[in-house]
Design a protein around this ligand. Sequence first.
Ligand SMILES: [Zn+2]
Ligand SMILES: [Zn+2]
Length: 178
Amino acid sequence: MKLRIDRITDDSTESSFSVPAAELNERLETGATHEFRLAEPLEVDVRYHRAGEDIYFEGSCSTVMEATCARCLETLTEPLAAPFEFVLSRAPAVDGKQELHTDDLALSFYEGDEIDLAPLVGEQAILALPTRAVCREECKGLCPGCGANLNLEKCPCKPAPADPRLAVLASARVRSAS
Ligand SMILES: [Zn+2]
Ligand SMILES: [Zn+2]
């Protein structure tokens, strides 16, 4: 989704587009710590207008995310809907051979004749991801003793502590003891 900068006017313009899941998943895989991936394309509704050299964007994006639950290791899917708002300014002129590092500037500056919206909105979706992949708040996780999924079955081991946070601590202790 590329916008010609000279076609952006003071009047608000609306547009809808979608970003293929593969495009963002590539980024999620190479990126830092996210366990999430997109199960469906990112659907984007955006409005934009110009004020001088600044271009204002606001809208929302939505998709379905998929991840492995950090506690019980089941696959979880979860709708993600994120409103966003950002402003791009024309990149300051640089002299000589010095080059702009577009990665650093991607969220606040544009250069050239076009703005590619897909990576910018994709970044907004990534920022909206939960920090931790858990299938549900009360997920009981796996038994530290036998590995049974405690959401689905009871196991012969001693009853796990009621608080899942304690269960996590207990499993850490088992691991460090062995
Ligand atoms: Zn779970
Ligand atoms: Zn068990």
